[in-house]
Design a protein around this ligand. Structure first.
Ligand SMILES: Nc1nc2c(ncn2[C@@H]2O[C@H](COP(=O)(O)OP(=O)(O)OP(=O)(O)O)[C@@H](O)[C@H]2O)c(=O)[nH]1
Ligand SMILES: [Mg+2]
Length: 279
């Protein structure tokens, strides 16, 4: 247990919420169990109608109530209310293993030019599709497909935080802007975040991808060079082929990944088309 000392930099944890009662308690109790203790927890809520606020109050979080503006704007609002020297953006359905924050601090303070730290994620849930997503994600380790979520506050404020008028890959817009300033945003720790997806439904997921598809063009236009790798289905299949032995060692999951990627691609393209159709 790292002894709490004023010399330790304060870390602000920013959690966007919207009717997040299902997993928020798991998330907040995992923050209380962090070996790094100098944390402030900021919950930025968009008019939840469930017990999200009650849970956040019970855990003594700083609560920012937002009109419904979406998660990118909520995260930026959290930055405006933070006092930390560092920021970590955590989703309300994420459970941090105990050394996540202390490893991020050690990494950013021991290496120069680190502008963002990637925290490995594991998808948790019993459904076939969650196992497929966890298997798929394991091939992206260390690649540009992953987005950092721990940052020096100074840099986040300098680049203006997350992009608010798009939702497609919004989590990559902040590290992208910091990378443009010449910082490494792909530093990576070992401790993992558990992403709770016990409530995963394929239909809801594809409907979300259709909705995200509506802002593909905005993303690809504004983040062209970064997005090419990030969003390219070809690049992801290259990562699977690069480790083909491991990929094929679980044929049922490999088939699931190919099917899921194809369905997501169709959903996103039809979302983009729907927009073109409207114009
Ligand atoms: N404030 C706010 N938070 C939101 C909103 N929608 C989602 N969130 C939060 O954003 C985070 C990510 O939302 P999820 O629905 O878990 O997204 P995901 O399905 O894991 O992943 P992707 O959507 O693919 O990124 C969670 O903390 C949600 O509570 C919103 O409209 N407003
Ligand atoms: Mg989630």
């Amino acid at each position: 247990m790292q002894k709490l000392s004023a010399r330790q930099p304060l870390v602000s944890v920013i959690i966007p919420t919207f009717n997040s009662e299902r997993f928020l308690e798991k998330c907040l109790s995992s923050l209380k169990r962090q070996t790094y203790e100098r944390l402030e927890i900021i919950v930025v809520d968009d008019e939840s109608t469930d017990s999200t606020i009650g849970i956040a109050e019970r855990y003594g979080c700083k609560i920012i109530k937002n009109p419904k503006v979406g998660r990118a704007a909520a995260k930026n609002e959290g930055v405006r209310h933070s006092f930390g020297e560092y920021l970590v953006f955590v989703d309300s359905d994420m459970e941090l293993t105990p050394n996540v924050v202390s490893e991020c601090i050690d990494l950013v303070e021991s290496e120069s030019h680190v502008g963002g730290v990637v925290i490995p994620e594991r998808s948790v849930g019993n459904s076939f599709w969650v196992k497929v997503r966890d298997f798929e994600r394991s091939f992206y380790a260390g690649s540009v497909v992953e987005s950092a979520r721990f940052f020096p506050t100074k840099l986040v404020k300098e680049v203006g935080g997350y992009e608010e008028n798009l939702i497609f890959f919004e989590e990559s817009t902040l590290p992208y802007k910091i990378q443009k300033k010449g910082y490494n945003v792909f530093a990576r720790i070992n401790s993992v975040i558990l992403h709770h997806e016990e409530n995963f439904s394929l239909i809801t997921w594809l409907r979300k991808k259709y909705y995200y598809g509506k802002t593909i063009q905005v993303y690809e236009h504004k983040y062209r060079d970064y997005s090419r790798m990030q969003t390219s289905v070809g690049f992801r299949f290259y990562l699977f082929v690069k480790s083909y032995r491991r990929f094929l060692s679980r044929p049922e999951l490999a088939f699931g990944v190919i099917l899921l990627k194809s369905l997501e691609y169709l959903a996103m393209v039809s979302g983009a088309q729907a927009l073109v159709g409207i114009k």
